[in-house]
Design a protein around this ligand. Structure first.
Ligand SMILES: [Zn+2]
Length: 111
């Protein structure tokens, strides 16, 4: 369950950026290829937030689509599965541009 360790470093980061204020909302971007299970991430967050400045915070998740760059024809393509062939030239010489990352987009503090 690596979602646990992700959530703990997320909470650390939130506290570091909030200057001691309570946090109302955490918006997280999750790539569809990041290997993170949004459902687990959310329940881990709710479990670990209790003793932190995030104890009242809600976590909002936004999924990032998978996009590829084809090295051969230099076009970008949106893919919705683990299919890494370029839809334009059918080549397999592609790089993943987005969809592997996971990061905090922004946090909202309580007034
Ligand atoms: Zn191509």
């Amino acid at each position: 369950m690596h979602e646990y360790s992700i959530v703990q470093s997320m909470l650390d980061l939130c506290e570091k950026h909030s200057n001691g204020k309570e946090i109302q909302k955490v918006v997280v971007k999750i790539g569809k290829m990041s290997g993170i299970e949004p459902h687990f991430l959310k329940s881990s967050f709710d479990l670990f937030k209790e003793d932190t400045l995030c104890h009242d915070a809600i976590m909002e998740m936004q999924l990032i689509d998978i996009t590829l760059l084809c090295v051969d024809c230099n076009k970008e393509a949106l893919v919705d599965s683990f299919n890494f062939y370029c839809p334009h030239c059918k080549g397999g010489n592609t790089k993943v541009l987005t969809g592997q990352e996971m990061h905090i987009d922004y946090i909202e503090l309580k007034e």
